[in-house]
Design a protein around this ligand. Structure first.
Ligand code: KIV
Ligand code: NA
Length: 275
């Protein structure tokens, strides 16, 4: 079975299918996604927080994204892999081409994603002309945390109008899809209606064409802060902590390991060795 492409996802969208997406950061996780019907994964720069322990996405380097993209591509055969261009790696055309080129050629992804609207439209156009599929990202754009904070975006008419113009500019520049993060549901639905390309929501209500969620949020792996926009489909951190505590108890009580987890040797061979 071959890997899905942007064209496959666009065909699914045209056929009226909704597009589920989850972030994925490593080989073992990608193997799990490959057991599901999820058609695309995002190697998000959110890995700066949930994998590397930073408090924003700003410290994520292009080398990090290339490395994690490689792990994910090795782990799954079927889903389209989309990789984030990190902070300041697409500030001008030449830098963007170099960065996106590395994510595709070295990392092996099938699309890149970048944040911003009209301001990045020329860069999007340049990438697309060069053969690099681009997913946009509007609303709460975490690389602008120092400018926007972490609030819902587009609650007032002026900002909402800006987001509509940004979405149209991205589509016009050739983006094949756009993430809408933390925008009011009615605005996300209105943008979805005005665009031909699919919108992928996160904290943007049920009116988008797809939904992206962070691995650690939906699997209950990261419980320092559970965003309101998520839903926990598992509590893997609890499961893992309980399992590890049982391991610790069994080691202390000599319940583990037992003969079943080890190998033996003939008594006379040992006796000869110890003579
Ligand atoms: O980095 C990320 O995980 C993202 C999604 C939240 C859209 O950009
Ligand atoms: Na991101």
């Amino acid at each position: 079975e071959r890997r899905l492409t942007v064209q496959d996802l666009l065909r699914q969208h045209a056929a009226g299918e909704r597009l589920p997406m989850v972030t994925c950061y490593d080989y073992t996780s990608a193997r799990i996604v490959d057991r599901t019907s999820i058609p695309m994964v995002l190697v998000g720069d959110s890995l700066g927080m949930v994998v590397h322990g930073h408090d924003s996405t700003l410290p994520v380097m292009l080398d990090d994204m290339v490395r994690h993209t490689q792990m994910v591509v090795r782990g799954c055969d079927r889903p389209l892999v989309v990789s984030d261009l990190p902070f300041l790696t697409y500030a001008d055309d030449a830098t963007a081409l170099h960065s996106a080129g590395r994510l595709m050629a070295e990392g092996g992804c099938g699309s890149v994603k970048l944040e911003g609207g009209r301001a990045v439209a020329p860069v999007v156009r340049r990438l697309v002309e060069t053969g690099i599929p681009v997913m946009g990202h509007l609303g709460l754009t975490p690389q602008s945390v120092h400018q926007l904070g972490l609030r819902v975006q587009g609650k007032d008419a002026a900002r909402a109008a800006e987001l509509v113009r940004d979405a149209l500019a991205l589509q016009d520049a050739g983006a094949w899809a756009v993430v809408l993060e933390l925008v009011p549901a009615p605005l996300a639905a209105a943008i979805t209606e005005r665009l031909d390309i699919p919108t992928i929501g996160i904290g943007a209500g049920p009116g988008c064409d797809g939904e992206v969620q962070v691995w650690h949020d939906v699997l209950g792996l990261y419980d320092e802060h559970v965003p309101r926009h998520t839903r926990r489909y598992a509590t893997l951190a609890d499961t893992a902590a309980e399992a590890l505590e049982r391991l610790a108890t069994d080691v202390r009580s000599r319940e583990f390991p037992t003969a079943a987890q080890s190998s033996t040797m003939p008594d006379d061979v040992l006796a000869e060795a110890l003579r």
